[in-house]
Write a protein that binds this ligand. Structure first.
Ligand code: ADP
Length: 256
């Protein structure tokens, strides 16, 4: 759970880092454009051409350094798919969830041990539950109900999912819901309706990204003023998983 919290904080840090980098990168591009512009206008003066070309090269190098910083950062996030039970993961962060939601939100956990395991990264699943719970909390400032549960689903035909057996994680809140426009953009990275400093727009992008990584997907139903239901699908695996609370080892791994 500590690891999931750390990862969530890291995602927030990534959001800030990326918007900072995007800003710096824009400045760099501005410098490159200005250098080319001067070269075009002063092409008759070799001394100036060489000076502006040098300025352009330096700016482009700063840009390359910025992107390599971002790449180095993203490489530190290692994903390890192991057979696990989604219920175990939720149970492990139950206390953290209750504390995060506060007294105004009634948490309804339906943790029936699933008959099959899924192949997923335990930390990513923790982050998924946490991110969805945080969104639900933000959607219920005056309180409400949050249901979290899992069920087996057989998918026959679906545009995104291979036919087969899935574990469906459902997170349903009685919050303010989303209008159609918000719902359409909700999964996009950096899309947020929350004030600066509060939302990064990376929560649902993480949920979607990690679901896709394990071969699943995310579906959202929402009604303005009524509430939101997020369903995350994880393909079931034949691999055996030990039914216990998962100890996470991802934190001890260095960059690849
Ligand atoms: P963030 O929470 O940082 O804004 P997310 O990607 O988690 O980023 O969510 C994107 C947007 O989707 C939110 O800003 C909000 O408008 C909407 N949203 C997500 N979850 C819910 C929810 N449970 N109820 C209402 N709106 C939601």
């Amino acid at each position: 759970a500590e690891e999931a919290l750390r990862q969530s904080q890291k995602m927030e840090a990534v959001g800030q880092l990326v918007s900072g980098l995007a800003h710096d990168f824009n400045n760099v591009l501005g410098a490159v454009v200005a250098a080319f512009d001067m070269i075009r206008r002063r092409g008759d003066d070799p001394e100036r051409v060489s000076r502006f070309a040098e300025a352009g090269i330096q700016a482009a190098k700063r840009g390359a350094k910025l992107t390599s910083q971002l790449l180095a950062f993203s490489r530190t996030q290692r994903i390890e798919l192991t057979p696990l039970f989604v219920c175990d993961v939720i149970e492990k962060i139950e206390d953290l969830l209750a504390r995060t939601l506060g007294p105004l939100i009634e948490l309804d956990l339906a943790l029936n041990p699933e008959p099959v395991a899924v192949l997923a990264d335990a930390t990513q699943v923790e982050m998924t539950v946490l991110n969805l719970a945080l969104n639900a909390r933000d959607a219920m400032p005056e309180g409400g109900q949050l249901f979290i549960g899992t069920a087996v689903q057989h998918i026959a035909a679906d545009p995104e999912l291979e036919p087969g057996k899935y574990i469906e994680l459902t997170i349903r809140d009685t919050g303010q819901g989303m209008d159609e426009d918000t719902l359409r953009k909700a999964l996009d990275p950096f899309f947020t309706t929350k004030p600066v400093g509060k939302g990064t727009g990376l929560g649902l992008a993480q949920v979607y990204g990690s679901a896709r990584q394990s071969g699943g997907t995310v579906r959202i139903d929402s009604k303005l003023g009524r509430g939101t239901t997020v369903r995350v699908f994880f393909p079931a695996t034949d691999q055996a998983a030990t039914r216990h609370l998962h100890e996470n080892t991802a934190a001890h791994k260095g960059p690849s």
